[in-house]
Design a protein around this ligand. Sequence first.
Ligand SMILES: C[C@H](O)[C@](C)(O)C(=O)O
Ligand SMILES: [Zn+2]
Length: 257
Amino acid sequence: TSAANSQAAQGDTASANQLAPKDLLYQYSTINGLIVGVDDGDMTLGELRKYGSMGLGTINALDGEMIEMDGKFYQIDSAGKLHVLDDATKTPFAVVTNFSPTNTTTISNVKNFSDLAAKLQSHFTKKNDFYAVKITGTFNYVKARTVPKQQKPYPPLTVATSHQSEFEFKNVKGTLFGFYTPKFASGINVPGWHLHFITDDKTSGGHVLDLHFDSANAQFAELTQFQVSLPQNKDFQNVNLAGDTSKDITKAESNHK
Ligand SMILES: C[C@H](O)[C@](C)(O)C(=O)O
Ligand SMILES: [Zn+2]
């Protein structure tokens, strides 16, 4: 009947425009997968966009850093060069959200990464939610890494990152975007803060290792829904992901010098 058809049409329209909930953290695979060297995934960036407009991660073969800004995906390669990624590109690990910030503040006099983490945390009312943050401004100093493309058999992430390129940006205009993961989810995702960086002129960026800045604008979104899409390929399904990887995650994800 025409009523049923129009109902179905409305349904289709709704599903076509259906955006993932704005309080959802969606990730493909787990950080433990990368830690043990599961560096190929089946999720395309075109598919990933359905779950979020902002995010971070890497692309297959751990070929550099990935950041998503307003639905566009970028790679920063091991030479520190930024490229636009096409929708057919696949990722072995990515974390995205339909970023709709609920509060905005100014963060000032940040001395280093852990100082930033403490200052961001002071705005959280809840200890066991996930958060997304977007920090924009001119940063006195940002130190960022980019991982080099790996060859099979893929090594553990700690080995791959031991060959990472590191870049130091001074008085740079850009955006930091990333997530806070509560410790109880360590191993599924990176516990604490995980931030990627992109310069405003879209020429470079990377995974943030350290930084300091006088003042920047921070927008937060509290994420109360958490969805993990588990790769169905044999690489992921055949490895042992049960080990305690907390030391390896710290080694692979944070600044050393
Ligand atoms: C390699 C890249 O920086 C990634 C996946 O975001 C991470 O391991 O931190
Ligand atoms: Zn990263």
